[in-house]
Design a protein around this ligand. Structure first.
Ligand SMILES: Cc1ncc(COP(=O)(O)O)c(C=O)c1O
Length: 457
């Protein structure tokens, strides 16, 4: 055999620090604001998050050490392999070299444990006994359930109703790791009851599930419950940067000094940040790298929404975050990529787009499932619907390289397997999957609610 397909790192080579993009952004990050329009103090977040994570959230340090106990737990499945997609390249007839970082090898099946483990660990260090969270497709909920079991915390997950119904096995995974999982909206919280009274048949949304999970955390009279978010916040982006750091070392093993194109799908922004921020650091320092975020047409946050201050949840419990937003009351169409249906985008990813460090494209779900099936039939692994967006982006880039006759190096983040998402594939294969484009007028309507809010600089 002359060609090498998989590039592995030794366990000792797993990164020892996380990379924080904040100090390197060309334009300083706008701060989160409180209800009075003034920047919030770290203390104001204390009922929701433990102070050690709040310190990371506001940190201006470029490199942050990963505590040894966290590294020991991450080593259950890391470093993840970097794989050269020879079979996909051949099927496309492209001169491009396509590499993917396979994050589906984690116990939960996605990149999400990379932040679930540190978040659970920091909460435990702070004396917290129980975590609440939301989940879209169930990937994040199962990752946090797994992390809480490793670390010894109770875990309660509010799962967006449409995914709860579409993906019952995710709930069973959470049960296997000892967590409780309920559909959202539900009757356990005031936020859930309010939404149900207004919209009894709602499919739910991440924004609603976040409101429920925050309420469940802050209303615990013992004060020993906190909330954990699987994306969007700065410390979540930070924890995911081990992906891109490992990929850099693995590309070097493949004899590649730098990729030409880096691609990630975008839900709340965390896997995209994970794969791309270490390369954005190089880009800021002069490297020529195209960085592309891929989102669904039905939830076009980066490609159609304005850059505003908005809440992260429907009940407006979170501070105002500077981000591209479709409006916190956005109820997404029930497309199959549940993890990409969030109305906002991580402030750090939003700032990267605003500063021209990345670009964004929107793709329809039929194109994504077509890409996912081609991937499964060439590289073997059946991708999660979210991941098919990154694959569709990589295929577009590889086809462009073919047209231009260029031997480009394309790197994308393979965020998760789709073994529990086969209903979407069935719909695609039987030809009944519908494409849906979110109307621009609806965005304007949703944004009525934030008229008069301050605007980011
Ligand atoms: C497999 C997978 N990929 C991607 C995402 C998108 O999330 P993020 O943008 O935070 O990486 C999710 C979210 O649930 C997911 O489950």
């Amino acid at each position: 055999m002359t060609r090498q397909k998989k590039f592995y790192l030794d366990e000792s080579e797993m990164p020892k620090q996380w990379y924080n993009l904040t100090p390197d952004l060309p334009t300083p990050l706008n701060p989160p604001l409180g209800p009075d329009g003034n920047p919030i103090s770290p203390e104001m977040l204390a009922p929701v998050f433990p102070m050690n994570l709040i310190e990371q959230e506001v940190s201006q340090k470029r490199w942050i050490d990963i505590p040894e106990p966290i590294r020991e737990m991450l080593i259950q499945y890391r470093p993840s392999p970097l794989i050269r997609a020879y079979e996909l390249e051949e099927a496309l007839g492209t001169p491009a070299k396509i590499f993917y970082k396979n994050e589906s090898v984690s116990p939960a099946g996605s990149h999400k444990p990379n932040t679930a483990i540190p978040q659970a660990w920091y909460n435990k260090q702070f004396g917290i006994k129980r975590l609440t969270t939301e989940t879209g497709a169930g990937q994040w909920g199962s990752a946090l359930a797994y992390a809480c079991k490793l670390i010894g915390l109770e875990c309660k997950v509010f799962m967006v109703r449409v995914s709860f119904d579409q993906k019952p096995f995710r709930k069973l995974m959470m049960h296997a790791w000892g967590a409780d999982c309920v559909p959202s909206p539900g009757t356990e919280t005031q936020a859930g009851r309010n939404i149900l009274a207004q919209f009894p048949d709602t499919p739910g949304s991440l924004g609603i599930a976040i409101s429920e999970a925050i309420e469940a955390a802050v209303s615990d009279p013992t004060g020993q419950t906190r909330y954990s978010l699987g994306s969007v916040l700065n410390h979540v982006m930070l924890h995911q940067t081990i992906i891109g750091q490992e990929a850099k070392k693995q590309l070097a093993l493949a004899g590649i000094s730098k990729p030409d194109v880096v691609i990630g799908c975008c839900g709340g922004g965390s896997n995209f940040a994970g794969i791309s921020f270490p390369f954005m650091y190089d880009k800021i320092n002069g490297a020529d790298i195209q960085i592309i975020g891929v989102e669904p047409y039905s939830c076009p946050t980066l490609t159609k929404a304005p850059f505003v201050y908005d809440h992260g949840d429907v009940a407006r419990m979170t501070p105002l975050l500077p981000m591209y937003s479709l409006g916190h009351s956005f109820i997404p169409a029930p497309i199959h990529a549940g993890g990409l249906r969030y109305h906002g985008m991580a402030p750090l990813v939003s700032a990267s787009l605003k500063d021209g460090l990345m670009e964004a494209i929107a793709v329809h779900q039929n194109e994504c499932f077509e890409a996912g099936l081609l991937f499964a039939r060439t590289e073997g692994i059946i991708p999660a619907p979210e991941t098919t967006h990154a694959i569709a982006g990589a295929i577009r880039a590889a086809n462009q390289a073919k047209e231009e006759g260029k031997e480009k190096v394309i790197l994308f983040n393979f965020t998760g397997h789709g073994l529990l998402d086969l209903m979407g594939y069935e719909k695609y294969m039987t030809g009944i999957l519908e494409d849906y484009e979110y109307p621009t007028e609806e965005i304007a309507k949703n944004l009525e609610a934030i008229k008069g809010y301050p605007l980011p600089k």
